[in-house]
Design a protein around this ligand. Structure first.
Ligand code: HPA
Length: 275
């Protein structure tokens, strides 16, 4: 077992302990927003920030990638008490699936019934525009991992295998599209990552039905659904995927994200509004 228990045989009670800590330190919230690569500037503009904690004091894991800062904030988003996790940990950093999902599990166990997962993504479908937010309508989990592998969760054994039909709430997508007309939707392919893809891999993903590609989100979505939360996914298209443009670089991903803050805030506020 790891020191903090996140990657040990009982990630469930580790998440419950962090959930208690979150509630003690920051109070109760209805919604949690996880900010992906480059989404950090959005945190300040989503609503009034009531409190900020370093993730470690809330018992959460610190991210190690540029563009992911390590804080958890309590934010009033148009009257909805919302936890904002700036940054996440990834499989490609060498973390176990239970570590990747720890913060989301803790947030749900602390009382958040809506989980909004954001990410930076490459567009596999070329009509998706760089700098635009896209609602995730479904996913392909191609990470080779799943947060439900391992010791069975406590509770009803009939819930061992999580139902993933309508994983990304159709109702919430419709609500966002009503608030921000023209917001497109797409299927997000979540890969292990560590490198960007080859052009051949992107052609394969297109054939498989992917519209977007990235290195996060899918495990957290499964973990959130398992705990009964409503899940919303929002990708920011930061580049056209490999082969559709010359080069893909992390600096470009962060730059595009930084220039798109207003559009991201608009879509996120609409996603939180009905929580
Ligand atoms: N591929 C994978 N992950 C990404 C990309 C991409 O093109 N852009 C931003 N995150």
């Amino acid at each position: 077992m790891s020191e903090d228990g996140r990657t040990g045989p009982d990630p469930w009670s580790a998440a419950a302990r962090s959930g208690d800590l979150l509630r003690e330190r920051l109070g109760a919230h209805r919604c949690v927003v996880v900010l992906g690569s480059g989404w950090a500037p959005v945190a300040e503009q989503l609503g009034s920030v009531l409190a900020t904690e370093p993730v470690e004091t809330a018992g959460l894991a610190a991210p190690g990638v540029p563009g992911h800062s390590a804080t958890v904030r309590s934010v009033d988003v148009d009257g909805v008490p919302t936890l904002v996790l700036a940054g996440r940990v990834h499989l490609y950093e060498g973390h176990a699936p239970s570590s990747v999902c720890h913060s989301v599990r803790a947030a749900v166990l602390s009382g958040c019934s809506t989980v909004v997962l954001t990410n930076a993504a490459g567009a596999v479908r070329p009509d998706l525009q760089v700098g635009r937010p896209v609602l995730v309508s479904d996913h392909l989990n191609l990470t080779g991992a799943n947060p439900m592998v391992g010791a069975p969760p406590p509770g009803d054994p009939s819930e061992r295998f999580v139902d993933l039909v309508d994983l990304y709430s159709a109702g919430r997508r419709a609500a966002v599209q009503q608030a921000v007309p023209g917001t497109p939707e797409g299927v997000y392919a979540g890969l292990l990552g560590g490198s960007y893809e080859t052009p051949a891999e992107i052609r394969m993903l297109a054939t498989m039905g992917a519209d977007l590609v990235g290195m996060s989100t899918v495990l957290e979505a499964v973990a959130a659904r398992h705990l009964g939360a409503t899940v919303v996914g929002v990708s920011l298209v930061t580049n056209l995927a490999a082969g559709l443009q010359d080069r893909v670089a992390h600096s470009e991903v962060l730059e595009v994200a930084g220039a798109s803050t207003d559009a991201l805030v608009e879509v996120l506020r609409a996603a939180v509004a009905t929580a």
